[in-house]
Design a protein around this ligand. Structure first.
Ligand code: COA
Length: 245
């Protein structure tokens, strides 16, 4: 970290991170920059990362990893000092976020808690995702391998993404599939990745029907009145979009 210029660079970067939190966190409305700097764990993690990254680039031994380890203890956010992160990253809540050594993140990216930018195994070299500008990654999403997340993409909460994601698309599910590209549903057969069949619910529904039939037959054959079990209908899986709003 080359003296004053290094310090000035880190200060500039952190200032843009604070602005990103203020602009993109609804909970930050009316909160001063100083308060965000003092109390937002995502900002603490980024401040520590910006310092440790500058040290790492200057070849300082041990200290960058030590800072990363301590920051993880306090914030629950783990960012490898070698990761490349652009301007205006916003990490909301933060706990459980892991950003691996060869991950690259562009400008104005938003990550929610529990996001992993990780590798798929024990390979070396480039093994973590590249996330382009203006991407949003929902809570709990796992992005694994040296994949590219195209600019402006949205990754749904709890998705598991192991292939490249086209720009300006929305990807959900495990494995993650595009459900919107440029705001439109992808066309073609078999593209409904959201309303998947639920084999357990279907099996229970079939069993309930057969039990009801048996109860009716037993009641018809018996002189004694038979108690009839109450079978509640299963909730339909279709309906209004639960992710809406
Ligand atoms: C994916 C997301 C960003 C919405 O993106 P969008 O482009 O506006 O997408 P839409 O809301 O139009 O949803 C597209 C489809 O994906 C489905 N969908 C959305 N998010 C989903 C998810 N996480 N998992 C599964 N399906 C999802 C929607 O139901 C919708 O289905 P439809 O095609 O039947 O209508 C949003 O749903 C999400 O997951 N945000 C993360 C927010 C978060 O982590 N918050 C934590 C705050 S503490």
């Amino acid at each position: 970290m080359a003296g004053f210029s290094g310090f000035a660079r880190v200060a500039r970067e952190v200032s843009r991170d604070v602005l990103a939190a203020r602009d993109r966190d609804p909970a930050a409305r009316g909160v001063s920059r100083a308060e965000i700097l003092a109390t937002w764990p995502g900002i603490h993690a980024l401040l520590a990362y910006r310092v440790s990254h500058a040290m790492f680039e200057s070849g300082v031994p041990l200290l960058p990893r030590l800072i990363a380890m301590l920051t993880r203890t306090f914030t629950g956010i783990e960012i490898h000092p070698a990761a490349e992160i652009g301007h205006g990253l916003f990490i909301d809540h933060g706990t459980g976020v892991v950003i691996g050594e060869t991950a690259e993140i562009g400008d104005n990216v938003t990550l929610y808690q529990g996001v992993t930018l990780g590798g798929t195994g024990f390979q070396t070299g480039k093994r973590h995702p590249t996330v382009q500008d203006n991407v949003t990654i929902g809570s709990g999403a796992k992005l694994l391998g040296p994949i590219t997340i195209g600019h402006g993409a949205k990754i749904g909460a709890n998705s598991v993404v192991i292939t490249d994601v086209p720009p300006n698309s929305t990807v959900v599910g495990n494995p993650g599939h595009p459900v919107r590209v440029d705001g439109r549903r992808p066309e073609g057969p078999d593209v409904d990745w959201i309303h998947l069949p639920d084999p357990i619910a279907e099996a229970l529904q079939a069993l309930s029907g057969r039990i009801a039939t048996l109860e009716r037959l037993v009641a018809e054959l018996s002189d004694e009145p038979q108690p009839v079990a109450e079978v509640r209908p299963l909730r339909t899986v279709r309906g209004p979009n639960p992710a809406g709003g």
